[in-house]
Structures are given as structure tokens and as C-alpha cells.
Design a protein around this ligand. Structure first.
Ligand code: C2E
Ligand code: MG
Ligand code: MG
Length: 768
């Protein structure tokens, strides 16, 4: 800006100077010229005056009688005439005088020159004008007057001449009069007379001769001079000129001083403009520069509390706009941060923040207990009750988590139905206490829109630095613990290296399961059920086994929960049902009448196609509906979904046998049990395994059996591992027993040979 300013100023200055210079130079030149012209006139007038004086004096002398007489007798008495001429010449202040007779012959002269030079035509010199004559290399101003002896005579009898040395005409006085040096030049070369010293005049005029035009400029002793020439008469063929000379700086004095003043004014204006430009550009550029640095800071993510203000309206509005922009960016950044670090549904921090927090705590070398929690069967809730209810449930869980009385606690929703909690730097709360406190929030059911939901969660914990000091690894370990907890239906699990196997193939298994079904990697194993009253094997429980080509034997606990999560469980159930009925038919053909029991999951119950599918299968394998038992876990049944209840009812109506598996581990009440269309309770093996030694278990089993009898339900005890247990069960009136004491689950062929060789204990033996 400053540069453009200065450039413009310089241009304007140069233009002004050039115009002023040409104008004033022209004017000054005109002035000098007119001065020279006037001066030339003055000089010419002076010479003219001398010529007139001379002419008048000659006339007077020529009319004098004595003069006439002397001329008449001139031939005879030249001395007298000459003397008279000399006297008169003095009076006329002339330098020469002479007389020609009527024929033009010289009569007398005061000059020394040859007569022929003086015998000139008098007519030329009569007019009173300026006439020159060159005599012996000298120039003279010459005048003539006729002499008539008789005044009336038409012809002149003689001619009287007077001449003044031309050099004398150029007097010093002229310098004062004209303020110029005056010279008279003849023939363009010869200095006739000059107000200058002769040497100077000659060098000067030699240069004048080379300059064609007047006025011209020349140099004398390093001084610039201006000269003007004016013609001033002829001497024979030679022209005479007046040369007027004046120093150039004197002539252009006013012009130069004007230019000087102008330059000064322009320089002053330039200085002022420069200052103004600096002030103005500072007023704009300085605030702009500071605004630029502000925007640079904003771009680096720093925020400025005070955006620089300015008195300039434009800058002020710009800084206002920048301030608003910063506001906007800050707002959006907050929103983005909210989105990036918080879960929109529950308002809890999200996985990103959870990971960051964990990393920070570990970096600060804090002791951290990490808890991951996954809601059980949340997918079913979403599927059956809709996502709206699912969302509300998640909010309620978040609310309950917020009421946890754990001092140093950080919690986040990790995604879906998964929550993460960090308990740090707290020696009072060990992993078990922490897990139990979290568990406790599920004790009360959740109520949403008059729907009461029993909810459960799988909880896994890992401790830093005990298990790992790497944040990612710690999360992974807690996940492993959590999945093992899901698989084993424990209320929570703390990581232990033994759980590792559980996680290794977890992910790949999930994806492989479907193809495994197609490629016969899955098999059904059969575990006998002994009717304690008839002392006879009356049925089998069909249990799935996965013989993986790479990982080998995989227990159902490791993949059923995963299959439930991914939804692949439906394919597995269909497959198991078909296999079981197929096998039953095969045994029937061999003469073995066996009930087959197939485990189905909660998810299968909400599958609307299950009843039709069952009917089709029964038809296909010509099976009696009452020979097919469906085992559903107690917790699956507690999912008090209408759809599940309707499905159970339809299956019940079809004549199938429904059995509540793992009974005793859930929270079902008498009232709920009463309403359920089931036939059988399967007492969980947790109460049976140690039945012989554990008094509590004995009470529990007794109670459960009498409860079942009260509800008119038959009972099956699983996990019978010894003879004592078997007889105790029989004692309390349990209907069937299943367990390793009879047989482990076996592949079909082995089961057959087991069955053939099996000798059921006699009722009497059992009683003993
Ligand atoms: P469950 O239905 O309660 O099956 C009984 C489990 O107890 C079986 O474990 C069986 O091997 C085990 N068991 C039987 N007698 C004894 C005993 O005397 N001592 C001990 N310690 N254990 C005994 P398994 O086969 O590992 O199956 C575990 C669970 O996997 C089953 O529990 C069932 O919930 C599920 N499951 C198995 N097959 C299927 C299936 O085809 N579909 C579905 N949905 N679930 C299945
Ligand atoms: Mg079962
Ligand atoms: Mg069971």
C-alpha cells in the first residue's frame, strides 16, 4: 500500500515538475527574448540618435556661407578647407569628415586613407538612417549632406560627409541601460565593438557564428550564456549585427528559483504524504496483522479472549466477524467433542473417553479395577419390545449406575448394551466388592411403560497392575472374563489366565458357526435320563458338540452364548431338532423307544416360525409330539415377553413337553411358574453335584421337588455323579435323573452300545 502510495506521489511530482518546468521555461525564455528585443531597440535608438545628430550637424555645416566658400575654393585652397573640416568634425564629435565635389571626386578629407575609398555615392547616406562604411578594416557610422552654392539650385555642388567610429558607439553605458553585454559584429566574424573586453568578445563571437539560430546558448569561462543577434544595417555587401549576451542563470533566475520552490513544496508534500501514508497504513495494516495472528492462533486451536479492536469501521467489523467465527468454532468444537466423547443416549462418556481415561490412569500409575458389563438378552428385548424400550432401558441402567456408592469411579457406555466402569485408587473397594455393588443394581426389576423387566448382566473384571498394565490388554482381559461369565451363568467373573482359552477362538467361531453346521462339524451327543420310578432309561438329552477341524473339541458353553448374540442360534436349534428326531426315528427302528430332549434358547421362543417348524419336523419323522422335550432355561422364560408366552402356549397345545432347565438359579416366583404351560422342572446341577455331602443342597432339592409336585410338574435332576445322589433323589420323589454316574453325553453309536449293556439298578438297590 505504502509503495503504491509513494509511486503515485512520485509520478504526480514528476508530472507536475515537467509541466511547470516546460511552462515556466517557456515563459522565462519569452521574458529573456523580449528583454533582448527591447535592449536591441534601445541600442539601435542610441545609434540612430547619433546618426540623426550627425546628419543635422552636417546640414547645418553645409549651409554655412564660409563653408560653401571654402568648398568653392577647395581646389585652390585645400588647406583651409581641411582645417575647417577638422574644426567642424570636432564639434560634431565625429571621427572623420570629407567633401566630394559634384562629380564625386574627393576635395578634402581628415582621413589618411586613399581617396578611392572615400569616393562613395552620397545618395546612400542622405536618409538619416543608420549607414555603415568600412574603411581600412574599420567600420564607421556615416552621414552625408548636399552642399548647394545657390540654395534654390536643384543640384548639389558638393557633398559633405561625417563618420563616427562604430566601436565608439558601443559604450559601457549600454550595459547599465540594457542589463546585457552588447557587441557589434560585422560579417558574422569581426568584432566591431563590444562592452566586453575585446579578447572575451572575440572568443564569444566566434562561437556565436557557429550557432545558426538566435537565441542560442554558449559557454564562456565555464559560464552559461544566452545570446541574441539582431541585424543592424549593411556596410556595402557586409551585414552588421548586434549581439546581446546575458548569463543563462540570470535569465532563468526566476524560473530556477520557482522550480526550486516547487521542488521544495513537492518534497514537503511527499514527506507529509509519506507520514500520512504510514499513519493510514498503520491504522489498517497493524490491526490487520494482529488479526492475522489471531486467525493463525485460532487455526492452531488456541482461543483468544480479546480479539484486537480498531477505530477503523472496516477493521472493527472484520474483528467482530473473527470474534463471532471463533465463537462458532468453539461452539462446534464443543458439540463435536460432545459427540466424540459422549454417548448421545445416556449422556455418559463413550468408549473413546473411556479408553483415554484408562490410559491416563494407568500412565499416572494408579491402581485400576476395570469392569465391563454386558446386558443379557438385550438383543431379545430390542427385538421383542422395540428399540424405544431398549433405549429407555439403557438409560435406566445408566441412571442406576450413577447411584453407585463407589468413590473414585468413572463410567462409560462402550456401545450397544455394554458398559465400562473404572474404579481407581481405592483400597477399600476390591474387585469382588466392586462387582457385587454393580450386580446389586439389577436386583430390582426395571419398569418401563408398565412393563416390568427382570434384567441381568454379564460382568467381567480385570485389575491393573495385577493382570496387565497395558490399557488395551486390560480391556481385552475384562472382556474375556465377561464372556466366561456369560457362558457359565455366573454373576460376575474376575479375569484369570485360565479364562484365556475362552476368548481365543471367540470371534472366528462366531463367523464359522453357520458353515460348521453345513459341513457336519457339529454333532449331537446323547446323555441318558433314567426314570427313577421305573428304573429304566426313558430318554436322552441331546447336547451339541463342535469338533472343530483346527481347534478340536469346543464345549457348547463356549459358543452357544455367542450364537445367541449373533442370532445363529436359530439355525443351530433347527439343526439340533432335526438331528434329534432323526436319531429318535433310527432308535425307534432299532426297538428303542426314547424321549429326546433338545435345548432351546430364549431367542428361539420369539421366533414365530418355531411352532410350524416343529410340526413339520414331527410329521417328517413320524414322531409323537410327547416324545419331544424342549428344555428352556428358567432365565429365558422369565423374559416375560408376550410373544414368548404365546409360543410356549402353542408348543404346549401341540402336545410337546416343555421343561424348565437349570431350575433354581433364576428368580421365578411360584405365581409365574403356575402360569407357565410347562410339564417338567430340571433341577440345576449346582444343587445336585454335591448332594450327598451338602445339607443345604439336600434341603433345596427336597423343596424343589415338593414344589414341582405341588404344581403337578415332573422333576429331573441333572449332575448326578454318584450313587448316593441317585438314591437321595429317588427318596425325595424326583422323577428322573441324569448325570455322569449314568453316563457322560456320548455320540449316537457309543450311546447305543452303552444302552445295550446298561443294567439299571433295581428299585430295591436304589432304595438301599
Ligand atoms: P444343560 O442343558 O443344563 O445341559 C446339561 C449340562 O450338564 C451338559 O453340559 C452336561 O454335559 C452336563 N452334565 C450332565 N451330567 C453331569 C454331571 O453328572 N456332572 C457334571 N459336572 N456335568 C454334567 P454341556 O453339554 O457342556 O452343555 C452345557 C449347556 O449348553 C447346556 O446346559 C445347554 O444349556 C447348552 N446346550 C448344549 N447343547 C445345546 C443345544 O443344542 N442347544 C442349545 N440351545 N443349548 C445347548
Ligand atoms: Mg439342558
Ligand atoms: Mg441344565
Amino acid at each position: 500500500m505504502l509503495l503504491v502510495f509513494l509511486l503515485m506521489l512520485a509520478l504526480i511530482m514528476v508530472a507536475t515538475l515537467v509541466t511547470v518546468q516546460t511552462a515556466t521555461y517557456g515563459h522565462s525564455t519569452g521574458q529573456v527574448r523580449s528583454h533582448a528585443l527591447t535592449s536591441a531597440r534601445v541600442v539601435q535608438d542610441k545609434i540612430q540618435n547619433r546618426a540623426t545628430q550627425l546628419s543635422t550637424a552636417l546640414s547645418t555645416f553645409s549651409q554655412d556661407f564660409s563653408t560653401k566658400g571654402l568648398i568653392r575654393t577647395g581646389k585652390d585652397d585645400p588647406a583651409s578647407l581641411r582645417s575647417a573640416l577638422g574644426n567642424h568634425q570636432k564639434r560634431m564629435e565625429a571621427d572623420l569628415s570629407w567633401v566630394l565635389d559634384q562629380d564625386g571626386r574627393l576635395l578634402s578629407s581628415t582621413a589618411e586613407t586613399e581617396a578611392k575609398h572615400l569616393e562613395v555615392s552620397a545618395e546612400r547616406y542622405l536618409t538619416g538612417g543608420i549607414h555603415w562604411l568600412k574603411l581600412d578594416n574599420h567600420y564607421y557610422l556615416v552621414q552625408a549632406a548636399p552642399v548647394k552654392f545657390v540654395e534654390s539650385s536643384p543640384r548639389a555642388n558638393a557633398w559633405l560627409f561625417g563618420a563616427i567610429d562604430a566601436a565608439k558607439l558601443i559604450e559601457q553605458q549600454l550595459v547599465e541601460l540594457t542589463d546585457m553585454q552588447v557587441s557589434l559584429m560585422a560579417d558574422g566574424a569581426v568584432v566591431v565593438g563590444s562592452t566586453l573586453p575585446m579578447v572575451q568578445a572575440e572568443t564569444l563571437l566566434s562561437q556565436v557564428n557557429q550557432v545558426l539560430h538566435s537565441p542560442g546558448s554558449l559557454k564562456l569561462d565555464d559560464m552559461e550564456l544566452l545570446f541574441f543577434t539582431f541585424p543592424i544595417g549593411q556596410a556595402d555587401a557586409l551585414s552588421l549585427q548586434l549581439v546581446l549576451v546575458t548569463p543563462a542563470d540570470k535569465a532563468y533566475l526566476s524560473y530556477n528559483s520557482l522550480l526550486g520552490q516547487l521542488a521544495l513544496i513537492l518534497a514537503l508534500a511527499a514527506a507529509l504524504a509519506l507520514i500520512a501514508a504510514i499513519v493510514v497504513s498503520n491504522g489498517i495494516t497493524r490491526p490487520l496483522t494482529s488479526l492475522v495472528s489471531v486467525t493463525n492462533k485460532i487455526s492452531k486451536g488456541q482461543y483468544i479472549d480479546e480479539v484486537p479492536q480498531s477505530s477503523t469501521a472496516e477493521i472493527a467489523s472484520l474483528s467482530g466477524a473473527i470474534s463471532e467465527m471463533q465463537q462458532g468454532i468453539r461452539q462446534r468444537e464443543l458439540e463435536i467433542q460432545q459427540l466424540a466423547y459422549f454417548d448421545a443416549l445416556t449422556g455418559l462418556p463413550n468408549r473413546n473417553q473411556f479408553n483415554e481415561q484408562l490410559r491416563e490412569l494407568i500412565a499416572a500409575q494408579k491402581a485400576v479395577t476395570l469392569l465391563v458389563m454386558d446386558l443379557d438378552r438385550f438383543k431379545d428385548i430390542n427385538d421383542t419390545l422395540g428399540h424405544g424400550i431398549g433405549d429407555q432401558l439403557l438409560k435406566l441402567v445408566a441412571n442406576r449406575l450413577a447411584t453407585l456408592a463407589v468413590p473414585n469411579l468413572f463410567m462409560a457406555r462402550l456401545g450397544g448394551d455394554e458398559f465400562g466402569l473404572l474404579c481407581f485408587d481405592d483400597k477399600q473397594v476390591d474387585a469382588d466388592t466392586f462387582a457385587k455393588k454393580v450386580r446389586a443394581i439389577f436386583e430390582q426389576p426395571f419398569a418401563i411403560n408398565k412393563i416390568v423387566l427382570e434384567l441381568d448382566a454379564s460382568i467381567g473384571l480385570a485389575v491393573c497392575p495385577e493382570h496387565s498394565s497395558d490399557p488395551d490388554n486390560l480391556v481385552q482381559l475384562a472382556d474375556i472374563a465377561m464372556y466366561s461369565c456369560k457362558g457359565h451363568h455366573h454373576s460376575y467373573a474376575i479375569y484369570a489366565p485360565a479364562l484365556n482359552k475362552y476368548s481365543v477362538q471367540r470371534l472366528s467361531l462366531m463367523t464359522e458357526l453357520k458353515s460348521a453346521l453345513a459341513s457336519d462339524q457339529l454333532q449331537l451327543y446323547y446323555q441318558p435320563k433314567l426314570d427313577l420310578k421305573k428304573s429304566k432309561v426313558v430318554g436322552v438329552e441331546c447336547l451339541v458338540r463342535w469338533i472343530h477341524p483346527v481347534h478340536g473339541f469346543i464345549a457348547p458353553d463356549q459358543f452357544i452364548p455367542l450364537a445367541e448374540q449373533t442370532g445363529a442360534i436359530r439355525h443351530l436349534t433347527n439343526w439340533a431338532l432335526r438331528k434329534a428326531l432323526q436319531q429318535q426315528q433310527a432308535w425307534r427302528n432299532l426297538g428303542f423307544e426314547l424321549q429326546v430332549a433338545v435345548n432351546i434358547s430364549a431367542l428361539d421362543l420369539v421366533d414365530m416360525k418355531l411352532p410350524e417348524h416343529l410340526a413339520a419336523l414331527l410329521d417328517e419323522y413320524q414322531a409323537n409330539p410327547s416324545s419331544l422335550i424342549l428344555e428352556v432355561t428358567e432365565s429365558a422364560l422369565m423374559m416375560d415377553a408376550e410373544a414368548a408366552m404365546r409360543a410356549l402356549q402353542r408348543i404346549h397345545d401341540m402336545g410337546l413337553v416343555l421343561s424348565i432347565d437349570d431350575f433354581g438359579t433364576g428368580y421365578s416366583s411360584m405365581g409365574q411358574l403356575k402360569q407357565m404351560p410347562v410339564h417338567e422342572l430340571k433341577i440345576d446341577k449346582a444343587f445336585v453335584l454335591d448332594l450327598a455331602n451338602n445339607k443345604d443342597d439336600q434341603v433345596m432339592v427336597k423343596t424343589l421337588v415338593s414344589l414341582a409336585q405341588h404344581l403337578e410338574l415332573s422333576t429331573v435332576a441333572e449332575g448326578v455323579e454318584d450313587e448316593q445322589a441317585l438314591s437321595m433323589l429317588r427318596e425325595v420323589g424326583c422323577d428322573k435323573a441324569q448325570g455322569f454316574y449314568l453316563s457322560k453325553p456320548l455320540p449316537a453309536a457309543q450311546f447305543e452300545s452303552w444302552l445295550r449293556s446298561y443294567q439299571p439298578p433295581l428299585a430295591t438297590e436304589l432304595n438301599a
